[in-house]
Design a protein around this ligand. Sequence first.
Ligand SMILES: [Zn+2]
Length: 544
Amino acid sequence: MRIAGVTSTELFGGPAARPFQIIRVTLASDGPGAAGPAADAPVTVRIEGAAVTTPQPPEVAGPAPGGQLEVEVGVEIAAPHAAGSPLQVTVIAESQTAGSPGAASGQDRAELAATITAAETGWTMWMVSHFHYDPVWWSTQGQYTQSRIFLPDADGSLPDARTAFELVRRHLDQARRDPDYKFVLAEIDYLKPHFDAHPEDRADLLAFIKAGRIEIVGGSYNEPNTNLSCAESTIRNAVYGLAFQREVLGADPSTAWMLDAFGHDPAYPGLMAAAGLTESSWARGPFHQWGPNRTVGDNRRMQFASEFEWLSPDGGGLLTSYMANHYGAGWVTHSAGSLAAAEQAAYEQFRQLAPVAATRNVLLPVGADHVIPSRWATGIHRDWNSRYVWPRFVTAVPSEFFAAVRKDAAERDVWITPQTRDMNPVYTGKDVSYIDTKQAQRAAETVVQDGERLATLAWLAGAGYPAASLDKAWRLLVFGAHPGGGRRTSAATQPGARPPRTWPAWPPPPTWPPPSPTRARASRPAPRPAPWSCSIHCRCPGPA
Ligand SMILES: [Zn+2]
């Protein structure tokens, strides 16, 4: 028997009050004729050093002849050695038969000098289940929402990507079955149609939101590609989205969830802070559209931590976590063939993301484009935390992650750095492809704003206010602001695009009624709020 490898981990086992750092020791037997413990003799493994002890040495069956065996050894490291400190140790594996009568001297004991690295307790990886949704991309909105037919794979299995209505149902069903399942929903493109078309789901949806197991994120109609649309368009995106999310669903989004937005207006964090949001999270930028690790192999190549205070030129801002491994980071767990493999995949994500986290908290988005719930999400949550004290891997919603970031930063005096730089990835294709539709969208934004001002003046002079027309115009524009809409392809301009309204209880009339002739003749017309001057929280009954 010999010791073939010694690997430090960030894992801690043992009682929570006295956690032991886990070192992985590989024992090897070189073959049937090699010296070693008797086949069924237990082997004890311990690690000793000037500041290192093994309070509870594990006892395992020795490696089979010619085989290898990995043993997790929990060590205690004396307090002065901070995380990252290298420590010289001796790893000792010995059979309990060592020294017994008849045993050959030394054949039951192996030693290896090694260096281990001290790890840190207190880490948590917050696994947020989600699906990213594009209302249109190649085909029609209706197909994406309701009717797209996916052909089975060769083995008869259906793909993981589904239509919006089926996705909402599948995630809801998972939450119904499994009390540990939590997930996020975001965009009006599917939320509103689903809410309208599936009344049987409403009670559960609202109850899960109230219980904090569904978090409504985004705080806007969709994921606007804000560096290609105007600021007013971003504001309308928030107004339309929040109206439905707050007023109809009773949710209170705090996280702008811009997973796939291809570009970011520097004013965006200030605008969303003004709308009442406090955090944001997104994948494309600031380093590259796929993040540093997938581009240059190391997330530490980014100049600042994954959590930062994203500041707008107006001084407003949002606590932000950019998804260094992209919004599909945690989806690798879904394709694992077993729970153990899924846990290993999750741990590998932790190892890539933790070195760039500002606090001892890692956000792992568990999802991808249009996907069903990850089959291992809650399994990891239950099994991992029964085996390890740290890091914790928990199913969560973004507000839990951000609360933990704020708490850890406050308690340990961690500086969340303010960042004002351009967050846009170098991603030229999305800025220039289908340039005619992008320019048309900007031109339409300007025209609609001008028309709105003119209509307001005309209304004050006694004309009807074209509320329904303006409402439809803005819905088309916010729909087209999605990176998968008019900002990338011409899909939003297709005849079938039907951006849902967000005020179902208050459909604007075809035309806003003009002021009464009596008031119009008065010395000055009494000011009457135009429809969009109502605040987001306004509970007014709307136009008469
Ligand atoms: Zn997308």
